[in-house]
Design a protein around this ligand. Sequence first.
Ligand code: P6P
Length: 334
Amino acid sequence: MKSISMTQYLLEEQRAGRINADLRLLIEVVARACKRISIATAKGALGGVLGSAGTENVQGETQKKLDVLSNEILLEANAWGGHLAALASEEMDDPHPIPDRYPKGEYLLVFDPLDGSSNIDVNISVGTIFSVLRCPEDVKPDEKAFLQPGTQQVAAGYAIYGSSTVFVLTLGDGVYAFTLDREQGSFVLTGLRLRIPEETAEFAINMSNQRHWEAPMQRYIDELLAGKTGPRARDFNMRWVASMVADVHRILTRGGIFIYPRDQRDPDKPGKLRLMYEANPMSMIIEQAGGASTDGHRRIMEIQPQKLHQRVAVFLGSKNEVERATAFHDGTAA
Ligand code: P6P
């Protein structure tokens, strides 16, 4: 099969009228930045970028050198193109305006520059997650402009820096995957209209938090662990990479359910993962591939954000399994 580059795919989407030139440029610029991040992460210890940066982000988490570097790569790449009104990132307290010397555009880009960065030093896959929104007309591109539900996303995607680097993208009409050809230095189309099986026998959760979960969560997981001997009458397998991009990519590839529930250690904290730049973009991808994504009660993409860095519980993946897990939480489970 003749290989199709991402550039050709995006140009054809523009010719078909499904995206405009600015959105095409935005995706190409983000993909190019992800290529640079892939090269930096692949250097490992030879690149002098492992370990802590000695600083903390808005979440109070210690930043890895590669967190900071990845954030800078994405800021620089998106500054001059004239496609953005502003950017926001897990690594920055407030939205980052486009420098006055450059033209502004209609889009907002919000991202986690390097998700799963605690895995970098132990050479486990990490990734970049991004979400694209439109900046409301005649609105200053400050935090409020970003606070739109996930249903308003124009595009979403991630890059996973694993044994291969794969850029996964949805423009709202299916999910496409592009693998980095390191010899050519370009992303090549390798996955078209990816679909997630509606049933699964594999769940992803950090079991060490079990004693902190709410009762419905305990019951749901107990039934999975009971396997053939319990109400589910079949055995389940478990995976937990502790890198959302790696867990989601596996689910997009072969099905599964990924769960990061709220727990009772901090009742004010609805969950660990962030709504704007982890849960929403991943939810758009999962739904576009025929899966489902809820916070245990409602569709994540319908949540009206109140804060840029707010957190949310996440149940996403194979549609029927996510619906079963959600039913346990809203009391409708059989
Ligand atoms: P835990 C990585 O820090 C992250 O934000 C997600 O990528 C991942 O799914 C989750 O946290 C892992 O959390 O508590 O298992 O370390």
